[in-house]
Unconditional design. Structure first.
Length: 214
């Protein structure tokens, strides 16, 4: 217990960093993921190409490579942000590809007649998607989105290698201070468990209220 009780502030700072990365990257991933899902089912061919390219590239790019591209590549083009902002951008964009596919699978579960009925009433594609299709699709995609965001929380550990304050990076100063590396990682694992269980509890609650009854 000494490694934890004697380093509350260090663990707390790392845990807070992980929570912030997870929250901000999740919001970005959800926004971009829903947008790209809309692109993928849009009646405009160019939008479908953009959505497909976004998903194909990001799903098949290693996350570590994406971190290098964002944190080291974007400053060369004059984009100057904090390391945390770059990490949020990398995590959010990467995860948005998986959110997109989850949302698109939910859209495909909505009967085609729903969209046809909306269009027959004169509703636009945006109105049909936002008012008719997505609310119904949301009910069936709660579990996969929850699993994707749990994976995002664990993937945030990569950010520690790029000078971003997060939980896994706590091991370095503690190792230098001579603390047991085993117990250092045990308490780091407990921290990640707290974050992932919190996400799981939130989505379990959402599923109980709005999920599809089976």
């Amino acid at each position: 217990m000494d490694v934890l009780t004697e380093n509350w502030s260090l663990y707390g700072e790392g845990l807070l960093g992980t929570v912030e990365l997870t929250v901000y990257a999740s919001l970005l991933a959800l926004g971009l993921g829903i947008l790209m899902a809309a692109f993928r089912v849009a009646p405009v061919g160019s939008l479908r190409v953009i959505g497909t390219a976004w998903v194909t590239v990001l799903r098949n790019t290693p996350l570590t490579l994406l971190f290098f591209a964002v944190l080291l590549g974007m400053p060369r083009f004059g984009v100057q942000l904090s390391f945390t902002a770059f990490a949020v951008l990398a995590l959010g964009c990467y995860t948005s590809a998986f959110i997109c596919e989850a949302v698109r699978s939910g859209i495909n579960t909505v009967p085609v007649g729903q969209g046809e009925a909306a269009r027959s009433l004169g509703m636009t594609f945006e109105q049909t998607l936002g008012s008719i299709v997505l609310p119904q699709a949301f009910r069936s995609v709660i579990p996969p989105i929850g699993s994707t965001l749990i994976a995002l929380a664990k993937n945030s550990a990569i950010a520690g290698s790029f000078s971003v304050t997060e939980l896994l990076g706590v091991y370095r100063p503690l190792n230098e201070l001579g603390y047991s590396i085993v117990w250092t990682f045990v308490w780091i694992a407990v921290g990640y468990l707290i974050v992932t269980l919190a996400i799981s509890a939130i989505f379990n609650l959402l599923e109980r209220h709005w999920g599809v009854a089976r």
